[in-house]
Design a protein around this ligand. Structure first.
Ligand SMILES: O=P(O)(O)O[C@H]1O[C@H](CO)[C@@H](O)[C@H]1O
Ligand SMILES: [Mn+2]
Ligand SMILES: [Mn+2]
Length: 390
């Protein structure tokens, strides 16, 4: 059947087991959901379990159900990266064959020098770091000197941290625009510049929700562009508009946190439109995965699970709900980076009788291909539609 509205939820970083090529990413054995289920006392996701979550892969203390309410499966990432941008672009039909540039030894001196000159401030850090550790290390010096903290990670990111009372937000955003301009050059090719404002006193700094991402534009049209071109809605909730640099976005809705993301998606369910409503729930990744906090991650998953009945009951007859993820971030794994994993796939609509096994999908782009197929727009270069199977 054809659906008039598709609701797509990306649970950021909720992977479901290592991919065959995980060793290339030093991620053997990673299993975000599996290890959380093992580690967190009493962890259950009763609503997603009913849909078939534990039918996808064995999960500790979460038996597979006999009659899953949703179609279920898992998807492999074919792109050469495990970052948010790569994962999301693949979901919407792009194969990121050449990995984005990363800077394990910090950014080149000449880039930093030009950046410093343009912004009239010096740079602190310029290395790979966890965003909270680097505030403990350099936050106080930043407050004393007004120099900006620049750091990166295993991802292609140029992150700029500044205290909101030392550098006003507007100035930080201007500084980020300078960084964006410089790092778009081919020789640097950084995927994202990220403003990382924070508040508080030394020893108790906290980052604020005024984070802002400046992403490169997708290198080719995505399924979202196709929807927009066809006059359909492509509503972006949370980080989605940043991740696609506003390409193929007909309306962007910002969110404060995961629960706000769910609220905003529910709000779009009450509206009348034809097309896509697409949310990214980033807290799993940013607040718990990178912080290697399995307890917090588990709680956040259970909080999301508790909202699933609301989402299901707000669906109309011709709506399709797809729940998936963009990469892993196993909070029990070494380091603080993402992990190369399969992502879960749950597909539900009101007119289905019973859930079936969608198997192992060869690429995340099967989601984009299905959405394109559903709305009759040009299919992406990769991905196989599962529309007929649901
Ligand atoms: O450690 P924090 O600042 O949270 O940064 C994380 O967030 C970045 C963007 O998602 C990732 O590349 C990772 O570095
Ligand atoms: Mn992500
Ligand atoms: Mn992340």
């Amino acid at each position: 059947m054809r659906f008039s509205r598709v609701f797509l939820i990306v649970m950021d970083s909720v992977g479901i087991g290592e991919l065959p090529d995980a060793p290339r990413f030093r991620d053997e054995g990673a299993h975000t959901l599996g290890h959380i289920a093992q580690r967190v006392e009493g962890f259950r996701m009763p609503n997603l379990e009913k849909l078939g979550l534990a039918n996808i892969a064995p999960l500790h203390n979460m038996p597979a159900v006999a009659n899953p309410q949703a179609h279920y499966g898992k998807m492999q990432e074919i792109s050469m990266g495990k970052d948010t941008t790569t994962g999301h672009w693949e979901i919407m039909g792009l194969h990121v064959a050449v990995p984005f540039n990363t800077y394990p030894d910090g950014f080149p001196a000449e880039l930093i020098a030009e950046f410093e000159e343009r912004i009239g401030r010096k740079v602190l850090g310029n290395k790979v770091a966890s965003g909270t550790d680097i505030l403990d290390e350099l936050g106080e010096e930043h407050m004393e000197t007004g120099n900006v903290i620049v750091y990166t990670s295993a991802d292609s990111v140029f992150q700029i941290a500044a205290h909101e009372e030392v550098i006003p937000l507007e100035e930080l955003y201007r500084i980020c625009e300078v960084a964006r301009e410089l790092t778009l050059r081919d020789e640097y090719a950084v995927t994202r510049v990220i403003a990382r404002p924070f508040v508080g006193k030394p020893g108790s700094f906290t980052r604020t929700s005024n984070r802002h991402d400046y992403s490169v534009k997708p290198f080719a049209p995505t399924v979202m562009n196709r929807l927009q071109d066809a006059g359909l809605a492509s509503i972006a909730i949370g980080k989605i508009s940043d991740i696609y640099a506003d390409e193929g976005v007909t309306r962007a809705i910002r969110t404060k946190d995961n629960m706000d993301g769910v609220d905003q998606m529910l709000a779009t369910m009450k509206e009348e439109f034809t097309g896509l409503s697409f949310v990214n729930l980033v807290d799993f990744d940013a607040k718990y995965g990178h912080r290697r906090d399995p307890q917090g991650y588990g709680q956040a998953l259970m909080e999301f699970d508790a909202r699933v009945p609301e989402l299901l009951s707000a669906l109309q007859e011709n709506d399709l709900l797809i729940i998936t993820a963009d990469h892993g971030n196993d909070p029990t794994h070494h380091g603080t980076d993402h992990t190369r994993e399969y992502v879960p796939l749950l597909v539900y609509h009101k007119q289905m009788d019973a859930g079936s096994d969608l198997g192992i999908r060869q690429t995340f782009a099967d989601v984009g291909a299905t959405i394109a197929d559903n709305f009759g727009v040009e299919a992406p270069a990769i991905g196989e539609s599962f529309l007929k199977k649901i």
